[in-house]
Ligand binder design. Sequence first.
Ligand code: UDP
Length: 330
Amino acid sequence: MNVLVVGGAGYIGSHCVRQLQLAGHRPVVLDSLVFGHRAAVAPDVPFFDAELGDEEAVGAILQSESIDVVMHFAAFAYVGESVSDPLKYYFNNSVATLHLLRAMLKQNVKKFVFSSTCATYGVPQDLPIVESTPQAPINPYGQTKLDVENALKATAHAHGLSFAAFRYFNAAGAAEDGSIGEDHNPETHLIPLVIDAATGKRPNIQIFGTDYPTPDGTCLRDYVHVDDLSRAHIAVFDKLEEPGAAHFLNLGTGTPTSVREVISTVEKVTGKKVPVVESPRRDGDPPALYANAAKAKTELGWQVQYPDIESTVRTAWKWHSAHPNGYADR
Ligand code: UDP
């Protein structure tokens, strides 16, 4: 397949580009490089520095590269910022995606894979989360992703678009060979921050809340390896052959891991002590989020290759130890 990877220079997108190549597909990257890294994409992959909301530019790429499927990873993803600057999120995450979809329909490209999120579930009543768990986002970030899910459903019905919306849990880890990895600026995610605290790049890791109703008092999350996420995006291709197909699928390991468990795993993997500061809860953090991913397993034959936190942290450590300044080192 010729696959346009929108946001292909970002964290998850760049890993998916590599998995596409390994599976024998032909990825083409579109990225505005606002957050993406040019060095995260191999030089032999066609690269377009463009805006996903630019229908004319996208249309020209869809045509010239004979695109069969579009994967869309490009979004702003800072929950706190989405609360303080919601319009930025509505324009970039929702409106720009509608332009992308319109450009696709104009060119008769009707297969789409969308990065959605467990943030669309808000604070779930029941765990683990299944796809039918009510979606009630508690911040604009989650709402913009849910808005796109709804637009996709209607577009599938009206125009025969076939799509999969993957609801990611906590993407983590890096390519097995350590060549690409996670490099956000600013970094807000737990695993890279704990690694930085282990190496001394940051003075400590703050634990946001130690009084949650969880076994050790810290939040539980479902850390799923970025290459496992990527493989699901490719496994779904067969399902997109049927016009109007609409798939909503959780992607997680199903295993809850606490903040303290992440810290002790980083200590084990790096062999370094992590200085910890116990801090108040962070606004908007649900106590526990973890997936029931049985649907992805049954429907796609998806099997995670990194089921445990230690194997995922090992890959993150390989990347961070070789690239302490991220892509600036390359
Ligand atoms: N967390 C923390 N200290 C940090 C960053 C994160 O204790 O410096 C906690 C956060 O409260 C959450 C978990 O780690 O319970 C995962 O947070 P992250 O921001 O990586 O992902 P999120 O679950 O918010 O998408």
